[in-house]
Design a protein around this ligand. Structure first.
Ligand SMILES: [Zn+2]
Length: 254
């Protein structure tokens, strides 16, 4: 969301300095190289501050069916993140980070959601009204949460400093979207949701976009990208196989 991006970049000025940046190679999801700009405690602090601003500035829905729906889905996704074999499979770097999972529903007709660093989930009422079931809501929440647990905001700050070519930056952002699709499908599946509903939701949004409905962040980049959809189809199969292996105790201990 634009407003939160602004917040994030305002806050980054506080925490970025020559002495506090560090780089990591090969420690990213899937063991890819990942350069990060923020220390774990900076991520948490930025998330806390930005979430505080959201609560202050937006019309927050305090109780009712929408809040319950977001609570139960968010809690199941957060639980899936704690599954150690899954963390190892994805190579999630979460052990030295503190996540304070919190969620808020805001009264806003747009079909949207986001997750701030440190685990603060914000869901727009327009999204809750739009989804057909919990599985589809889990699709979006798991995707957004994946950005947070893969430290994409921190990585984006670092790469914005390092990469001057706008096309290369765009490619980087698309890679992050793809990675959040991938991780999100595994998370929702391990949380017990049906990943086929991710594909159903994708198709639903594709149709909706043709009727002028504004797309959520995670579909705003190339919503009709056939390759992205094909990737998701393949990952749905992988996620189901992974969950079955986990259920049968076939995912090895370290
Ligand atoms: Zn995304």
């Amino acid at each position: 969301m634009q407003r939160c991006k602004i917040l994030l970049f305002a806050l980054q000025a506080i925490v970025i300095c020559a002495g506090c940046r560090f780089e990591q190679e090969g420690t990213g999801p899937g063991k890819r190289p990942q350069v990060l700009a923020l220390r774990p405690r900076d991520e948490l602090e930025i998330g806390r501050q930005a979430f505080g601003e959201v609560l202050k500035q937006e019309r927050v829905v305090r109780e009712g069916a929408q809040v319950e729906k977001v609570r139960r889905v968010s809690e199941r996704i957060a639980k899936a993140i704690a599954i150690k074999p899954l963390q190892r499979e994805i190579n999630l770097r979460v052990a030295d980070y503190q996540f304070e999972w919190e969620y808020a529903v805001i009264q806003d007709d747009r079909v949207n959601a986001f997750c701030l660093p440190g685990g603060k989930i914000v869901v727009f009422s327009g999204l809750i009204d739009f989804v057909r079931n919990d599985d589809q809501l889990a699709t979006v929440i798991a995707h957004e949460v994946s950005h947070a647990i893969a430290h994409h905001a921190s990585e984006r700050i670092a790469t914005d400093q390092l990469i001057r070519n706008p096309l290369k930056r765009l490619a980087y952002n698309r890679d992050q979207e793809s990675e959040a699709d991938h991780i999100g499908l595994f998370l929702m599946t391990f949380a017990g949701y049906d990943p086929d509903e991710a594909l159903a939701f994708w198709e639903l949004m594709g149709t909706a976009s043709q009727h002028g409905i504004r797309l959520p962040e995670f579909l705003s980049d190339h919503p009709n990208d056939a390759r992205r959809y094909a990737n998701m189809q393949a990952w749905v199969r992988d996620a189901k196989a992974g969950k079955a292996a986990f259920g049968a105790g076939r995912i090895a201990k370290p």
